[in-house]
Write a protein that binds this ligand. Structure first.
Ligand SMILES: [Zn+2]
Length: 296
């Protein structure tokens, strides 16, 4: 990381504010922060173990942003090995309340070809093996046991974050698809044609491997969470060639990363200030219920 000036160790989640703080979290690769002038790298531990990587704190339009490489720097973590609970916990522990989460997806309809930016409003979980709740009833390292809590995920994304993302894209002449269903599969393999046709037949829009459990974990921590999906390929059921290849995905992502970074930065600038009251559903997700542990 060329811009990293220092690495600070944060002893335990919850004490992060002393070493660095942020109001907005961005879960995405190094392409999003490597051009910032002044980036501070901090390491955060959580009760769930370490997050995917350090947090990289920087400033965009006067807003303090914590970037977290979802797959780790160098992209060594496959989607099913990512410690999603640690990632969301770490972002909250440094102060982030809004989270923007760009990710690469496949298009399930021919009209959602490579280069499409879709801001989903719905989610379908087809994963199999991931820790996807903080309310698992198991003792935590400090001995506390979470209470039984059921959080609504009827509307999985933050309306405030979605609006900021959509307006940011339009401001950069990149007309986004406003709404649609992101289906998240376990991976790391891509879909068979039959699976992909089935997903498409359900009316779902795009397919990825990381959008779940990020959205539900964010909600359980009363974080605002917004997914920005970049279509890098047509999924097997929507294309007529040889099927999806990893090279194809990487090429399209690389060709669009500058545009996507611009949209993200504008969305960051458009989010409400940290001291503004949060009146979206995300901020009241626990409805006053006692989670049985202190939120970081
Ligand atoms: Zn919200």
């Amino acid at each position: 990381m060329a811009n990293t000036e220092q690495v600070e160790r944060v002893a335990q989640a919850g004490s992060g504010a002393s070493a660095g703080s942020a109001e907005i979290g961005v879960i995405g690769g190094s392409g999003f922060y490597s051009f910032l002038d002044d980036v501070t790298e901090i390491q955060v531990d959580t009760p769930y173990g370490p997050p995917s990587d350090s947090l990289f704190l920087g400033e965009i339009a006067g807003r303090r942003v914590a970037f977290l490489p979802r797959h780790g720097r160098g992209h060594h973590l496959p989607p099913h090995r990512i410690n999603y609970r640690a990632n969301l916990w770490a972002l909250r522990s440094v102060g982030a309340r809004q989270v923007l989460a760009p990710c690469a997806v496949g298009g399930l309809r021919p009209e959602y070809g490579p280069g499409t930016l879709l801001v989903p409003d719905q989610l379908v979980d087809r994963t199999q093996s991931r820790a996807q709740t903080y309310f698992d009833g198991l003792p935590r390292p400090d001995g506390t046991v979470p209470n039984v809590v059921h959080v609504s995920l009827a509307d999985p994304y933050c309306p405030v974050g979605r609006k900021a993302a959509l307006e940011a894209a339009r401001g950069r002449d990149w007309e986004p698809v406003d709404g649609g269903t992101l289906v998240v599969i376990e991976g790391p393999r891509f879909s068979t044609r039959a699976e992909s046709l089935w997903y498409r037949g359900q009316g779902w829009s795009v397919i990825g491997m990381t959008g779940h459990p990020e959205a539900i974990l964010a909600r359980e921590l009363e974080l605002c969470y917004t997914s920005l999906t970049l279509v890098t390929d047509l999924d097997a059921g929507a294309e007529t060639g040889e099927g999806v290849s990893h090279e194809e995905v990487l090429q399209v992502f690389a060709a669009n990363v500058d545009r996507l970074r611009g949209v993200l930065f504008d969305a960051v600038a458009a989010l409400p200030p940290a001291d503004a009251p949060r009146d979206c559903l995300c901020a009241k997700a626990l409805g006053g219920m006692d989670p049985g542990f202190a939120l970081p």
